[in-house]
Design a protein around this ligand. Structure first.
Ligand SMILES: NC(=[NH2+])NCCC[C@H](N)C(=O)O
Ligand SMILES: [Mn+2]
Ligand SMILES: [Mn+2]
Length: 308
């Protein structure tokens, strides 16, 4: 039977410092994400873009925070949409949008996993852990907070209540190379598995990934991949507002996607932080499509000549 895959656009940029991520879903569609996945034998349904109801502004004790009400409304709208998409399709893709949306997509997928009686695991590919509480962010950019919310850190009363927190031991972060002190404290205290770029330089991506996948398999878990564009080196992926030098290479990223494909464990995916306003002739959008193709069964060596 043909396997099904849904695409949901989440055009939000209120969690970031710079504007532009609202164009992310359109850019991924222009780069033919849906057509590429369909070409690999999947039945693809584009669910269109999420609409988020307008809400009155809300203040917070932390005066740096901006767009709090918008972010809370986004999470409230995306959680049920993500739950429905995951329930109805074999794979669900959430096209961002800045990374604040992961608070809603992963919350919905967590509820879906719980409904199936399976634990949810998250592979977080990012330069940043996005583990700020509302009280610790100094930038006030709420794309720096979704992971803290999802693991049930305190102080998130302004966000929707979380029915199914994510177990910190079910998270694996790779590519991390920009961490603020309060985030480092959470990583230590909550025992989150983090492979920073130094570790990847030393071990490569395969060994830590395989051992995480073995844990997911042993627990009969569902696996969500949250892919922040700034995981990649800015030289190959310039279309993002929070570039950090020294990111993952083209080959490392494809190896991760192919290994995930072989595992058959990934059931949902965020593609976040794509900022087409900063991109160069669509090359970052095209690269994200190619990486997603590897996740859905394309072999990189078949298509090394594809130009972008
Ligand atoms: N999703 C992202 N790109 N997050 C970047 C966050 C950067 C920084 N830690 C902050 O809180 O402002
Ligand atoms: Mn991020
Ligand atoms: Mn990031």
């Amino acid at each position: 039977m043909t396997r099904t895959c849904s695409l949901l656009g989440v055009p939000v940029e209120t969690g970031a410092a710079q504007r532009g991520c609202t164009m992310g879903p359109a850019s991924l569609r222009t780069a033919e994400l849906g057509e590429i996945i369909a070409g690999l034998g999947w039945q693809v349904s584009d669910l269109g873009d999420l609409t988020v109801p307008a809400t009155p502004a809300r203040a917070h004790d932390n005066a740096a925070i901006h767009h709090l009400a918008e972010t809370a409304a986004l999470i409230g709208a995306l959680e049920p949409a993500a739950f429905d998409a995951a329930q109805a399709h074999d794979r669900a893709i959430f096209m961002g949008g800045d990374h604040s949306m992961a608070a809603g997509s992963i919350a919905g997928v967590c509820r879906h996993a719980a409904a199936r009686g399976r634990p949810l695991f998250v592979l977080w590919l990012d330069a940043h852990p996005d583990l700020h509480r509302l009280s610790t962010t100094t930038s006030g950019n709420l794309h720096g907070t979704p992971m803290a919310y999802l693991i049930g850190e305190p102080g998130f009363e302004a966000y929707p209540p979380l029915a199914h927190p994510l177990a910190p031991e079910n998270i694996c972060m790779m590519g991390i190379r920009s961490v603020d002190e309060p985030e480092a404290a959470h990583i230590r205290d909550r025992g989150i598995e983090v492979h920073d770029m130094r570790a990847i330089d030393e071990t490569g991506v395969l060994a830590p990934l395989e051992s995480f996948l073995a844990r997911v398999r042993a627990a009969r878990g569902l696996l969500h991949l949250s892919f922040d564009v700034d995981f990649l080196d800015p030289a190959i992926a310039p279309g993002v507002g929070t570039t950090v030098p020294g990111g993952a290479t083209f080959r490392e990223a494809h190896l991760i996607m192919e290994t995930l494909c072989d595992s058959g464990l990934v059931t949902s995916l965020d593609l976040v932080e794509l900022n087409p306003f900063l991109d160069e002739r669509g090359r970052t959008a095209k690269l994200l499509c190619d990486l997603t193709a590897s996740l859905f069964g394309r072999r990189v060596l078949d298509r090394m000549t594809r130009s972008f």
